[in-house]
Design a protein around this ligand. Structure first.
Ligand SMILES: C[S@@+](CC[C@H](N)C(=O)[O-])C[C@H]1O[C@@H](n2cnc3c(N)ncnc32)[C@H](O)[C@@H]1O
Length: 310
């Protein structure tokens, strides 16, 4: 998401040379005809190795031209994303979109879930030419979108810095922030790692390794850890009453999996709110978008819970 946000920093003024760069990337992808077998590449989950090589050729070409040749795993996992230019982010986003188009058969009707090809024969095999055509189309529609982007900031004389961090460990000084505007996960068990699985695969996250590690770290993850904290009085009455009702709910797995899953969510939110409080200056404002929901018939009044946390 940080790469996509960076791509949107790209301004109207700089748009003119995008086609020349696109042509250079396409040409370099064709010239870079590598035949390395890549069975451990995470994209092999859905594509045959020959097609994965096609995507990697595109990626290598854009990395070579625009991103100081960092490797995909460095990009994804070593915070080098903070150094990525908006231009490189623009083309990475086009590559993400290309992967989404190609992998469409694996997206479930729920847009935040992606299926795995358990059988190797179920993997797709688009040729390089198809991949390059899709990439070109995606660049075209992204360029068209720049001109009608209501958030185009190119005329504003300010600088934006987009970086990755976990909300419970922000690399920001105490009392240094004037305004926080955020939308944390809503306790509805959306698995954001799975929702961006194909993008993470493009960035080199291995599905059984670094992907799972990231997934477990996200707030509201559907996985549960082996050791859990106890609910605290500081979580407030609404939260503690909700957890009490949930634990005693008669439905299956309420007091085991679902209770643990919710404790994990509130604990992570509590730590993140403490971190927001630490960085906000005394006159600062904080706007959080949250939505209530239901666990079975129990109302989870998230806005009220957030306001009562202390
Ligand atoms: C409700 S969505 C908000 C999406 C965002 N408003 C946007 O337009 O992309 C919650 C987001 O929080 C992210 N998230 C989950 N755990 C996080 C954490 N510990 N630190 C930072 N972000 C986290 C998720 O990956 C997801 O993108």
């Amino acid at each position: 998401m940080v790469i996509v946000a960076k791509a949107r920093l790209f301004s109207q003024r700089e748009k003119s040379y995008l086609w020349a760069i696109t042509a250079a990337i396409l040409q370099a992808s064709k010239d870079h005809n590598t035949a390395v077998i890549v069975e451990d590449d995470p994209l092999c989950t859905w594509l045959v190795p020959r097609s994965v090589i096609g995507i990697r050729q595109l990626e290598r070409a854009l990395r070579h031209l625009l991103a100081n040749n960092v490797t995909p795993s460095e990009l994804g996992m070593c915070s080098d994303i903070s150094q990525l230019s908006p231009l490189a982010a623009f083309f990475y986003t086009a590559l993400f979109r290309t992967a989404r188009v190609v992998l469409k058969p694996f997206y479930a009707s729920n847009p935040t879930w992606m299926k795995i090809a358990h059988d190797k024969d179920a993997r797709l095999h688009p040729p390089l030419e198809t991949l390059l055509n899709i990439f070109q189309q995606e660049v075209r529609s992204m360029i068209a979108a720049i001109s009608c982007d209501p958030f185009d900031t190119s005329d504003i004389d300010s600088e934006a810095h987009v970086a990755v961090a976990s909300s419970d460990a922000l690399p920001i000084q105490d009392s240094s922030v004037d305004l926080i505007l955020s939308s944390p996960p809503y306790c509805t068990r959306i698995d954001y790692a799975v929702a961006t699985m194909s993008e993470l695969a493009v960035l080199g996250y291995e599905l059984q390794g670094s992907f799972q590690k990231l997934r477990r770290k996200l707030i509201g993850t559907s996985t549960v850890p082996t050791s859990l904290p106890e609910p605290l009085p500081s979580w407030g009455r609404t939260c503690n009453t909700f957890l009490e009702k949930l634990m005693h709910h008669k439905s299956k797995a309420s007091k085991s999996y679902y209770y643990k899953n919710h404790i994990q969510y509130f604990d992570a939110i509590c730590r993140s709110l403490a971190e927001l409080y630490r960085i906000l200056n005394s006159n600062g404002g904080c706007i959080l978008v949250v939505q209530d929901s239901y666990y079975k018939d129990i109302h989870n009044d998230l806005p009220q819970i957030f306001m009562a946390f202390n």
